[in-house]
Structure formats: structure tokens, C-alpha cells
Ligand binder design. Structure first.
Ligand SMILES: Nc1nc2c(ncn2[C@@H]2O[C@H](COP(=O)(O)OP(=O)(O)OP(=O)(O)O)[C@@H](O)[C@H]2O)c(=O)[nH]1
Length: 340
């Protein structure tokens, strides 16, 4: 590729915990990494995903914390121009495409409009594929409760169902039909299929006119399906809080797992997402834990502490539960553990 050619910017979207980082990690492991630059935007103040992705893509750029669709669009522009310049100066491999993993609360439409309407960006980048992951286990609930979900699904060029192993074949088929009704223009497949076949995840050329057609179609009939009408402008996010807990001491994993399971069992509808990297008793290496609403996923053992992190960190993204209340509940639990 000549340096004057525009680079496609692909966007990987999907609600909190839908499996974006998991898919990227497996998919990147199969790719020629010199070809790809990766930008990651996380919602909480502590980025954990980029540590996980660094194993497969060491040049991953972590954007500043904040929602990319409404707070840090300027930072996205700076990061993209910086990537382009470092590539041109030979400081980065001559990648030919950029992938942006958005936060699970981002509305992708304003991100694309940033790209399409900015003169400097227009000069170097072009619109790639917008892929949205849909968590098969939580899709219906998220569609009912989270306005970002419909914005992400309706803007997609490609919809990927994740976590199909957690629903029946019948449910999967019904979900596919339902998603097709919501966004009939999007190609529909599942994450396993992407990993099992040489099928490209992102295409450089989005089918001509497809996005315009889709927005027209959505304008006409989205109201029939949902109370929220997706628009090409930023939606207002319902109040969302992040609770970050940092701990120097090791945790007793079985006891902590019980507390966490109880928390998600009782408050899973308000704890949209939980991620953590923990120092646990009897182990030198940390574990990564992940929760999505009521579901606590199996912990992953890392070989070593990634990057500059050394102490345990837990990040909760909350909607309808005060961060202070959660912090207090955690302190009470820690106190109870220390009492004889
Ligand atoms: N059973 C199952 N679990 C999955 C699948 N995909 C992802 N997960 C799990 O779901 C949890 C969340 O996955 P992530 O890849 O971190 O999700 P994400 O979309 O990057 O999350 P955010 O960055 O918070 O929005 C992790 O514990 C994954 O192991 C899947 O296909 N099946």
C-alpha cells in the first residue's frame, strides 16, 4: 500500500461484556499483526483490556478513559493522527488498517461522523466496517433496558452473535431472526464462525450506500420495534457510575467469589459490568475475573502481572446502584473477613 492511500478505520462495537476483547484476542492471534493498528477505549478509569490484548498486539493504544462517542472524540482524532504519523516515520509497522474497540456504552454513529466530517482525518482515513457484537445470553434484556444497545445494533454493517454456547439452538435461531428484523441490512453471523473459517472479520470496502440505506430504513421503522429511535447523533446515556476498588492485600479467592456471586445474584440488573485483576492468597500470579450482569464468568489465570499493575483492581460499571453503596458493602465484607 502507498502511504498516500487512505487507511480504513474499522469499529468493533457491542454492549458491555458482549465479548469484544475476547474475540479480538483470538482473531488477532490468527492475523498478520504488521497489518493492523489497534485502539482501545475503556469506560472505567482503569483499563484492563489493553493488558490482555498486549499479549497478542503489543502496540495497542489505550485511549484516555471516558466515552468515545460523547467525551473524548478529540482524543480519538489525536490518537489516529499520531498513529498515522508514527507509521509514516517508520516508528510503527506499515499497518494498512486500524481497528477501534469502543467501550460497551459507546454509540458508534457519532464516532463515524467524527471521522467522516473531520478534514484532517478524511485525508488519511476512510470508513471501514462497523462490527457489533451481540451477547446472545443478555440481548433481549439489554435491548429493553439499555439505549446504547439499539444504537449499536442498528448502526452495524455486521452483527456477530457471541456466547451462543450459553443459549439453545432454538433460541439462537430466534435471536438471529429478531436481529435481522431490527437491522436487515447487516450481515449476520456468530463469533465462533468468524474464528473457525477464513471469513474476514472486517472488510475495507463497505458495500456502497449500505449505511445510508440502513439509516433511512431505521428512520422509517425503528419506532415499531423500540421506544428509542436511533439517530445519527449522540444519544444521551442514562446515569452510569464507575466504582474502582484498589487493594494491596491478597484476597481469599473462595470467600471473595461467594461475596461476588451474591452481589451479582442480587444486583446483576444494576451491575452492568465487572472486571478485575486480583492478587489471591497462595498464588504469585494474578487472576482476571469478569462479570456481565448476573453472570460471573470463569476466572482466567495470567502468567504474570501485566504492565505497571501490581495491586488488585476491581472495576464495576453501575446503572441504578450508587458507587458509594457498593464501596461500603465491599469494606464491610473485608472487615468481616478480618474479624476472628
Ligand atoms: N461462554 C462464553 N463466554 C464468553 C464468550 N465471549 C466472551 N465471553 C466471556 O464474557 C466475558 C466478557 O468478555 P469481554 O471480551 O471482556 O467483553 P467486552 O465486550 O470486551 O467487555 P467490555 O470491554 O467491558 O465492554 C469474559 O469473561 C469472556 O470470557 C463466548 O462466546 N462464550
Amino acid at each position: 500500500m502507498h502511504y498516500e492511500e487512505k487507511l480504513p478505520l474499522h469499529v468493533l462495537s457491542g454492549f458491555l461484556g458482549s465479548g469484544k476483547t475476547t474475540l479480538l484476542k483470538s482473531w488477532l492471534a490468527q492475523q498478520n499483526l504488521n497489518d493492523i493498528a489497534l485502539l482501545v477505549n475503556e469506560f472505567g478509569e482503569v483499563g484492563i483490556d489493553h493488558h490482555l490484548l498486549n499479549e497478542v498486539a503489543p502496540d495497542t493504544v489505550l485511549l484516555p478513559s471516558g466515552c468515545i462517542c460523547c467525551q473524548i472524540r478529540g482524543e480519538l482524532k489525536t490518537a489516529l493522527l499520531d498513529l498515522y504519523e508514527r507509521r509514516a516515520r517508520g516508528l510503527l509497522p506499515p499497518f494498512t488498517q486500524v481497528i477501534l474497540e469502543t467501550t460497551g456504552l459507546a454509540d458508534p454513529s457519532p464516532i463515524l461522523s467524527t471521522l467522516l466530517h473531520d478534514r484532517q482525518l478524511q485525508h488519511h482515513f476512510t470508513q471501514g466496517t462497523l462490527v457489533t457484537l451481540v451477547d446472545a445470553e443478555h440481548a433481549r434484556q439489554q435491548a429493553d433496558e439499555q439505549p446504547e444497545w439499539i444504537a449499536q445494533v442498528s448502526a452495524a454493517d455486521k452483527l456477530l452473535l457471541s456466547k451462543c454456547d450459553r443459549v439453545s439452538e432454538l433460541e439462537k435461531c430466534a435471536l438471529q431472526q429478531w436481529l435481522h428484523n431490527i437491522n436487515p441490512m447487516a450481515e449476520l453471523t456468530d463469533t465462533q464462525h468468524i474464528l473457525d473459517t477464513p471469513h474476514p472479520l472486517f472488510q475495507s470496502e463497505v458495500e456502497h450506500g449500505s449505511r445510508d440505506q440502513r439509516f433511512r430504513w431505521l428512520g422509517a421503522c425503528a419506532d415499531d420495534h423500540f421506544a428509542l429511535k436511533p439517530t445519527a447523533h449522540s444519544l444521551s446515556h442514562p446515569p452510569t457510575q464507575t466504582c474502582v476498588i484498589t487493594l494491596e492485600q491478597s484476597l481469599n479467592w473462595p470467600a471473595f467469589a461467594i461475596w461476588l456471586s451474591m452481589l451479582l445474584h442480587c444486583h446483576g440488573s444494576t451491575v452492568l459490568r465487572m472486571k478485575g485483576i486480583l492478587r489471591i492468597s497462595d498464588s504469585r500470579s494474578p487472576i482476571v475475573i469478569q462479570g456481565v450482569q448476573h453472570t460471573l464468568h470463569p476466572p482466567i489465570h495470567l502468567q504474570d502481572w501485566p504492565g505497571e499493575l501490581e495491586s488488585s483492581k476491581l472495576v464495576f460499571i453501575l446503572r441504578g446502584l450508587e458507587a458509594d453503596r457498593l464501596q461500603q458493602a465491599f469494606s464491610r465484607y473485608m472487615q468481616a473477613l478480618q474479624e476472628p
